[in-house]
Ligand binder design. Structure first.
Ligand code: FES
Length: 105
């Protein structure tokens, strides 16, 4: 799917990512600034925090307990906050939009 990341300053990055990879990997592999992913995707750092566009929040599986625990430590958590390493990409997610917070730490 093609995913659009929007940095806090409004800069958009459209990236193509394979099905089965994560939104975090899509950002990191394409050099999108603002996703640090310090733990490499094991749901234990919260530096891959992003906001899922409202149009998409209903189509994604909801965050599991360990993700919600980690999100609790993220800066500026909102109702549409997710850890992007926990968003597994499917073909149906083509067009997904994720906005990035001003800072991860
Ligand atoms: Fe560490 Fe997502 S990369 S929680």
């Amino acid at each position: 799917p093609v995913i659009t990341f929007i940095e806090h300053n409004g800069t958009e990055h459209r990236v193509e990512a394979p099905v089965g990879s994560t939104a975090m990997q899509a950002a990191v592999n394409n050099g999108v600034p603002g996703v640090l992913a310090d733990c490499g995707g094991s749901c234990s750092c919260a530096t891959c925090h992003g906001y899922v566009d409202e149009m998409w929040t209903g189509s994604l599986s909801s965050a599991k307990a360990d993700e919600l625990d980690m999100l609790g430590g993220a800066l500026d958590m909102k109702h549409n906050s997710r850890l992007t390493c926990q968003i597994l990409l499917t073909a149906a997610m083509d067009g997904l939009i994720i906005r990035l917070p001003e800072s991860q730490i």
